[in-house]
Design a protein around this ligand. Structure first.
Ligand code: NAD
Ligand code: UDP
Ligand code: UDP
Length: 338
């Protein structure tokens, strides 16, 4: 078993008595904060399927037990109801830190990005675990550089309505780098661009979930502003592959993880219409303040250093979330926690 030698991080923080999970690799104990959420639950599925032990920490603020219920009873899976704003003691090898009120309607509510990140970094420092932060393209604010490279410092309004999220994540990145430089914590930083797929919150106001739910309910799709603002939409399995590649690789980052295909909101509405209901209509609504005009990742760094790039086009990915949304809407599940 080559992983039990002195080579790199698999020996660091690994605990005695662990059963090997395949040739040359120890079974890892991995924490996923926010693991009951949209991205987190897909990540947990991948980690469990490759043989790791997974501990989810979630306070069910936006996450749902339903997203993980298929894993209940699996001896390698544990779910802890806990708010990461409070300290916690665990013995683990890797921490994927996703916990965050992640959408405009939720993210104003608590200091998770600062206090939660600090606690998880403190935990990583104490046990020698590798720590991955899921930061966001929002750190670029309303970008003056297009597409955005990781070297761009961003254009963020520190006192705007979105700043709690943008600046919270910027602070989280700062904390991660301070623990990396000052306490030698092995850190990885992902800057995630808009991601969609099954298990997305139905009611958190993001554009893909809004349009898909509206089209299924035969309501008009609500386009904010003139609908000419752009975003790039990544399918969730591509993101999960990128997060794991980043965690397992040797580079701190930050790395943009997103799909470079760029769409206006009007184009997105058109794709949803083609996918779900050719009679779907749109309705214009006033836009929110500080809405970024355009956003598109430059992913050359992740391509080169992580050997990662997204594989799923919007027209392939959208149909993959429709069944899940249809079922949840039919069952009257509006995406609230349990
Ligand atoms: P989500 O809302 O589905 O998941 C977030 C999870 O964190 C939820 O399960 C929620 O209950 C949990 N949580 C929130 N505050 C917590 C706290 N204080 N303690 C414990 N758990 C807490 O959102 P998501 O889309 O899965 O996002 C996951 C991560 O990816 C977030 O950090 C988000 O900022 C980042 N991200 C997501 C996107 C995207 O498009 N989905 C884009 C950029 C960044
Ligand atoms: N922390 C935690 N679990 C641990 C270790 C630390 O939740 O296993 C928290 C700790 O309570 C503190 C934060 O992480 O609030 C930062 O810890 P660190 O040791 O870096 O800072 P200090 O406690 O020395 O200020
Ligand atoms: N948007 C929209 N209709 C909606 C929800 C959002 O036109 O029902 C727009 C919003 O103004 C923004 C874009 O879609 O320009 C993406 O919004 P979202 O909140 O999904 O992501 P973010 O702004 O964080 O990229």
């Amino acid at each position: 078993d080559s992983s039990s030698g002195s080579s790199g991080f698999f020996s660091k923080g690994a605990f005695p008595g662990r059963v090997p999970a395949g040739i040359g690799r120890k079974r890892l104990r991995v924490v996923v904060t926010g693991g009951a959420g949209f991205v987190g639950s897909h990540l947990v599925d991948k980690l469990i399927s490759r043989g790791d032990e997974v501990i989810v920490i979630d306070n069910f603020f936006t996450g749902r037990k339903d997203n993980l219920v298929h894993l209940f009873g699996n001896p390698r899976f544990e779910l802890i109801r806990h708010d990461v704003v409070e300290p916690i003691l665990l013995e683990v090898d890797q921490i994927y830190h996703l916990a965050c009120p992640a959408s405009p309607v939720h993210y104003k509510y608590n200091p998770t990005n600062v206090m939660g990140t600090l606690n998880m970094l403190g935990l990583a420092k104490r046990v020698g675990a590798r720590f991955l932060l899921t930061s966001t393209s929002e750190v670029y604010g309303d970008p003056l550089e297009h597409p955005q490279k990781e070297t761009y410092w961003g254009n963020v309004n520190p006192i705007g309505e979105r700043s709690c999220y943008d600046e919270g994540k910027r602070t989280a990145e700062t904390l991660a780098m301070d623990y990396h430089r000052g306490a030698d914590v092995e850190v990885r930083i992902a800057r995630i661009f808009n991601t969609y797929g099954p298990r997305m919150c139905l009611d958190d106001g993001r554009v893909v979930s809004n349009f898909v739910a509206q089209a299924i309910r035969k309501q008009p799709m609500t386009v904010y502003g003139d609908g000419k603002q752009t975003r790039s939409f990544q399918y969730v399995s591509d993101l999960v592959d990128g997060l794991v590649a980043l965690m397992e690789g040797e580079h701190v980052g930050p790395f943009n993880l997103g799909n470079p295909g760029e769409f206006t909101m009007l184009e997105l509405a058109e794709v949803v219409k083609e996918t779900i209901d050719s009679s779907a209509t749109i309705e214009f609504r006033p836009n929110t303040a500080d809405d970024p005009h355009k956003r598109k990742p430059d992913i050359s760094k992740a391509k080169e250093l992580l050997n990662w790039e997204p594989k799923i086009y919007l027209r392939e990915g959208l149909p993959l979330m429709v069944n899940d949304f249809r079922n949840r809407i039919l069952n009257g599940d509006e995406g609230k926690g349990l």
